[in-house]
Ligand binder design. Structure first.
Ligand SMILES: Cc1ncc(COP(=O)(O)O)c(C=O)c1O
Length: 372
């Protein structure tokens, strides 16, 4: 397989662990093993007794039961777990798609959501999101992109990097649109539960009519990216069988310790998510003030959900140059839009981290020095 460089992941790999303030990350504040175990009495002893052999390839029955519990219509055997959503994306693309298939992908996008399809030999069309319309993609215009070979539509809501969330009516309309044409939707929902207002929460795609596919993980809303646990939930039994066959080659099974921690996290998911949502809501308010004060340099569409935003830089220099200098002079990491293959004018801000007030203060100092 030949696949192009994953620009975002390379960019982060080379900078994220050296920066003093990671203001461009998409995941929420993480927690220590001690904090996680404190959610459940007796879990420390259970951890010490944990046996470290291979575990069930699809994920332990109790983990799949906990994942299924996040949805209204899913049974544990309609869930397959992976080493992060990333492995789920690889597995889905490699089992659902063949060379020559056409795939439509909401854009901008997390690169693997289109790059893996391309590497298989699929034609990819970007379904552009429109900043002027609050980053909404054009539902009417989707019809013009359909071809006889269109097999899959890939969406991501809450969206990385814009923070766009489909209104429920559009989400359901999309399901009808795809269903009428025999197209499968891959719905990347790794930021689900980070809706800033509770009534913006969408049902899982898997709970809507048809055999569509929900992709989830513990990395983003739960802040547990180091566990590398993700999943696919679908009613398509044939797809589940093929996904399992793929995983036999990619990793066989997850890490036993990760699954142990993942089960605890999912048994207490509401507490973990509530903690992170509190941070997110506070930080969005701070960003509102910040962009208000610097409206000569930035314009932004206030996100409705998730932990990222994609403001426009109007400082007379490109986003890439701005980010390079910001990291070098102030130790602050932001992500330029070029890394999303979008443009050199937008920047990704991440606002799921506890230290954001301090990071914004530093950024404010930097802007004062550089732009007065
Ligand atoms: C939209 C989206 N999907 C999938 C992933 C992969 O997440 P992970 O492999 O950590 O579960 C990311 C990570 O940034 C993402 O933003």
């Amino acid at each position: 397989m030949t696949i192009r460089e994953f620009r975002l992941e390379r960019f982060l790999a080379e900078r994220e662990f050296r920066a003093s303030y990671v203001l461009g990350a998409s995941d929420c504040e993480t927690m220590s093993v001690q904090e996680l175990l404190s959610l459940e009495a007796g879990s420390e002893d259970d951890l010490l007794r944990l046996r470290l052999g291979y575990i069930e390839p699809a994920g332990s029955p109790s983990l799949r039961e906990a994942v299924a519990g996040l949805y209204a219509s899913v049974s544990p055997d309609e869930v397959i777990t992976f080493n992060g959503a990333s492995e789920g994306i690889m597995a889905f693309m490699n089992t659902a798609l063949r060379p020559g298939d056409h795939v439509i992908v909401q854009f901008p996008a997390y690169q693997s959501l289109y790059e893996v399809a391309r590497s298989i030999g699929c034609d990819v069309t970007f379904w552009q999101m429109d900043e002027e319309k609050g980053w909404s993609p054009d539902l009417e215009g989707l019809q013009d992109q359909i071809r006889p070979a269109t097999k899959v539509i890939v969406i991501n809501s809450p969206h990385n990097p814009t923070g766009y969330q489909f209104p429920e009516s559009d989400f359901r309309a999309l399901v009808r649109f795809a269903g009428d044409r025999g197209i499968t939707i891959l719905s990347d929902e790794v930021y689900r539960f980070l809706e800033h207002r509770a009534d913006d929460r969408l049902p899982g795609m898997v709970d809507l009519p048809g055999a569509h596919v929900t992709l989830g993980d513990l990395s983003k809303a739960y802040g547990l990216a180091g566990l590398r646990i993700g999943w696919i939930a679908t009613h398509d039994r044939d797809l589940l069988r093929r996904l399992a066959g793929y995983k036999d080659y990619s990793t066989i099974c997850n890490s036993a310790t990760s699954e142990f921690f993942a089960e605890i996290a999912l048994r207490h998911w509401e507490r973990i998510v509530a903690r992170n949502l509190k941070i997110v809501r506070r930080n969005v308010e701070l960003l509102d003030d910040f962009f208000g004060a610097w409206s000569n340099l930035f314009s932004w569409v206030r996100p409705r959900a998730g932990s990222t935003a994609f403001p426009r830089l109007m400082a007379g220099i490109g986003a890439e140059e701005f980010c390079t200098d910001l990291l070098r002079s102030a130790g602050i990491l932001l992500v330029p839009g070029t890394v999303f293959e979008h443009d050199d004018a937008h920047l990704r801000f991440g606002y799921g981290r506890q230290d954001m007030p301090e990071a914004l203060e530093r950024l404010d100092d930097y802007l004062r020095t550089r732009f007065g």
